[in-house]
Design a protein around this ligand. Structure first.
Ligand SMILES: [Zn+2]
Ligand SMILES: [Zn+2]
Length: 349
């Protein structure tokens, strides 16, 4: 089978590897769609495990199951979480699934024709796709689950003002989800195309991130934000976030600036204002179930976010599109389709 080995963003190689054979408690899944995540291109985060096969936003078809697997059969349509919590440790019992102490198995990367689903992920990390969900839509389950978790942590409620800083794929999912909750939404980005799209999906006010965001927020909305969600690692956005949060509000670091950059918190300004600073990373099983429901019911629509579908051979191009972030929102890799079939069957680009 073909797999793509990521060494760094400039060096991604498509290579031949033996197709794995499932053990008794494993299964083999043919990858139909695998999304490129914003975190896949973050080198400081990914390099420690390189070279590796990336790709954790997968939708695929079961092709072979081990002899002990009774609940799945070839032909089943599934999504598999990248890693699963144990549900038994101190952190899991307190709902902090992303920091479970017992995560062992990880999903092999989905930028490959097939993946072998390990035992722990068979037991607790595999989800059947609803009948009406396409494989392309299923690549949004994991990113949407992360967004669901962050908004639940922030306790977002109807009528609140939510400021989404950065309108990449995650930021736009934050806009869509907050919209379903009846929030006032303000979004920022440097890219005018993305701001236009944010407007199209219901953002009330968009602001060029190069402007003075807190000033524009007050001029146009006359109130600061109850929840500020940082979906960009730009330092300037963090400074704007401090000045844009209202009394009693929260700032959520959905993206972080990177390991070598320190952030100065204006804690004296915040002291008398009951400001919360939160971080949100990854998701847990309840978030995944909620994301599946949101997609299945059409509460969150994602088809219009898909800008590119590419065969595995074009993965380097896919990464470039995500890194540049100019033309793309969601880039999906289709490992089992060639360039020709892709062009004929789907509107690729
Ligand atoms: Zn992701
Ligand atoms: Zn645990």
């Amino acid at each position: 089978m073909k797999v793509s080995i990521w060494h760094n963003n400039e060096d991604i190689r498509v290579e031949e590897a033996p197709t794995p054979k499932p053990g008794p408690k494993e299964m083999l899944v043919k990858i139909i769609s695998c999304g490129i995540c914003g975190s896949d291109i973050v080198e400081w985060y990914r390099l420690p495990r390189a070279p590796l096969v990336q790709g954790h936003e997968i939708g695929g078809e079961v092709v072979e199951v081990g002899e002990s697997i009774k609940n799945y059969k070839p032909g089943d349509r599934v999504c598999v979480a990248p890693k699963v919590p144990c549900m038994n440790c101190y952190y899991c019992e307190n709902g902090h699934y992303p920091v479970c102490s017992n995560v062992k198995d990880r999903l092999p990367g989905g930028f490959a024709e097939y993946i072998l689903v390990p035992e722990a992920l068979m037991e607790r990390g595999t989800y059947r796709l609803p009948e009406n969900m396409t494989y392309d839509q299923s690549t949004f389950i994991e990113p949407l689950a992360c967004v669901v978790r962050a908004q639940n942590l922030a306790g977002i409620k109807k009528g609140q003002t939510v400021l989404v800083m950065g309108c990449g794929m995650s930021g736009l999912l934050h806009v869509k989800l907050a919209k379903t909750k009846g929030c006032k939404i303000i979004a920022t980005d440097l890219n005018g195309k993305r701001l236009k799209y944010a407007e199209k999906i219901g953002t009330d006010i968009t602001i060029d991130a190069a402007d003075n965001v807190p000033e524009r927020l007050m001029a146009e909305h006359h109130k600061k934000a109850d929840v500020v969600i940082l979906c960009t690692s730009a330092n300037s956005a963090i400074d704007q976030a401090w000045k844009s949060v209202d009394k009693g509000g929260s700032i959520v670091f959905f993206a972080v600036p990177g390991p070598n950059r320190e952030v100065i918190i204006p804690i004296n300004d915040f002291w008398t204002k009951e400001i919360k600073i939160l971080t949100s990373y990854y998701c847990g099983p309840p978030d995944i179930m909620e994301a599946i429901k949101l997609l299945e019911t059409g509460t969150i629509e994602v088809d219009d976010m898909i800008t590119h579908r590419l065969p595995l051979d074009d993965i380097a191009k896919g990464f470039r599109l995500v890194i540049e972030g100019k033309e793309s929102i969601k880039v999906i890799i289709k490992p089992n389709e060639g360039i020709k079939t892709l062009k004929a069957s789907e509107k690729a680009e």
